[in-house]
Design a binder for this molecule. Structure first.
Ligand code: DTR
Ligand code: ZN
Ligand code: ZN
Ligand code: CA
Length: 442
């Protein structure tokens, strides 16, 4: 059955596989264009039993106690933790893989678990680092994330879920040494495999005893899923601001893969304003036992752990089972356009013709801009009549490279036919780059 024709302009240059991950993901949540058959909606996630998540934490605590007091990279407690998680997943029907690497002279391990089924061209991942620091059991950092991801995976098995996207779960080694395991995984994925990853969701410290409710503000589509879920239970969230580069999502983000995640706070102090909206104690760290020997099963806030486990399940069900966006009609240009450093804006034109009426309320704008320190960039879409739609503002702190993502714009007031333009300006000195390609999907 065809969802309609896909019309592409002749490509002007050969083009490696475009990173369509964000297109698919952002399209998941865009209001689908009217279709004759109602597109199936995402399934509702089950509740993740807090008792089950805490049982995994108890196991991690026992493992640390039996292995010198920690679950750190290169120590016996780490491999024992991995063996525990792997055994549960094997018994639940997952296809598991242990990926070995070396760091600081010791052997490290990543655990990857694939749930059979779903579109292998659209892989949704969720992960957490399984290693602790050497000073303690690492129950909040990051037994909490590891247990939440494990129990969500087990819930997928209990439901015998048949997702539209392929689901892959991961537990990383040697995060505390500098994101070593997750970076090894991403860097050793063939480019074609990397391009198939629609998004990566990271959980690192999600049960802090004096919790905040922080949502990563990287990929808008993933962020929206979490913010909508939390507002649905009446809990305000804040954007996670201390994390850029500080956990395993950075390994994926640096490869241009859409990322998101949840966080309840580490060594920073909760403010009075935060305490008034979240409860807990102002003037005290979100986790006073961060990287300390007191990071035990007593260092967990049950409500935070429960909420974040349920939020993850909601995201996996929502992003994993939503109907893929209709392919739509694609108009693309791959002509490179250089962006002058700290200079005038440049534009890249796309001519749309042969359509009737206006553009859709969910016009997908896929951009691929190669540029170091992408915080320099301001990006707008210009409609044929010159109307400007802001896609991205500059951000002094966003030091990551490249803007490879898809924006969804309500262009329903614009005539579809005509010359659309992508306008890009570099507003800060030093880093430079170019528009590699961009596309419109109607
Ligand atoms: N680096 C993580 C803890 C951490 C600190 N800030 C953030 C922000 C977002 C996620 C995690 C963190 C660790 O020690 O494992
Ligand atoms: Zn840590
Ligand atoms: Zn951590
Ligand atoms: Ca610059």
């Amino acid at each position: 059955m065809s969802f309609g024709t896909t019309r592409r302009l002749p490509r002007t240059t050969s083009r490696r596989a475009a990173a369509v991950a964000a297109l698919v993901l952002a399209g998941l949540l865009a209001a689908p264009a009217a279709t004759s058959a109602a597109a199936p909606t995402a399934l509702a996630a089950p509740d993740i039993p807090l008792a089950n998540v805490k049982a995994h934490l108890t196991q991690f605590q026992s493992i640390a106690t039996a292995n010198g007091g920690n679950r750190a990279h290169g120590r016996t407690g780490y491999r024992a933790s991995l063996d525990y998680v792997k055994a549960r997943l094997d018994a639940a029907g997952f296809t598991t893989t242990v990926q070995q690497f070396t760091s600081s002279g010791s052997t490290g391990y990543n655990l990857i678990a694939d749930w059979p089924g779903g579109d292998p061209g659209q892989v949704l991942m969720a992960g957490a680092h399984l290693d602790s620091v050497t000073s303690g059991a690492g129950i909040n950092d990051n037994g909490s994330g590891s247990a939440a991801v494990l129990e969500t995976a087990l819930a997928v098995s209990r439901a015998q879920l048949q997702p539209t996207r392929h689901l892959r779960f991961a537990w990383w080694g040697a995060e505390e040494l500098g994101l070593v395991g997750s970076r090894y995984y991403v860097n050793n994925l063939p480019a074609a495999e990397r391009a198939r990853i629609s998004g990566y969701i990271n959980l690192d410290m999600v049960g802090s005893p004096n919790p905040g409710y922080f949502v990563y503000d990287d990929d808008p589509a993933i962020e929206k899923v979490f913010k909508d879920w939390y507002s649905g239970i009446g809990v305000p969230t804040e954007i996670e601001t201390e994390g850029d580069g500080r956990s395993d999502h950075a390994s994926f983000k640096n490869a241009g893969i859409p990322v998101g995640g949840l966080f309840t706070g580490a060594g920073r102090t909760k403010t009075a304003a935060q305490a008034s909206k979240w409860g807990g104690t102002a003037g005290v760290a979100f986790d006073r036992c961060y990287h300390s020997s007191c990071d035990t099963t007593a260092n967990i806030d049950d409500t935070a752990l429960d909420r974040n486990s349920d939020a993850l399940a909601h995201a996996v069900w929502t992003l994993g089972t939503a109907a893929p966006p209709p392919p739509g009609d694609v108009y693309e240009t791959t002509t490179d356009v250089a962006i002058p450093d700290n200079g005038a804006a440049v534009t890249s034109a796309l001519t749309v013709s042969g359509r009737t009426g206006n553009a859709p309320a969910a016009l997908r704008v896929g951009v691929d801009i190669k540029h170091t320190w992408r915080g320099d960039l301001v990006i707008d879409l210009l409609a044929p009549d010159g109307s400007a739609y802001r896609l991205k503002n500059s951000s002094g702190s966003d030091s990551a490279d490249n803007v490879i993502t898809t924006y969804t714009v309500d262009a329903s007031s614009e005539a579809a036919n005509g010359t659309w333009r992508l306008r890009v300006q570099d507003v800060a000195a030093q880093d430079t780059g170019y528009i590699d390609s961009w596309k419109l999907t109607f």
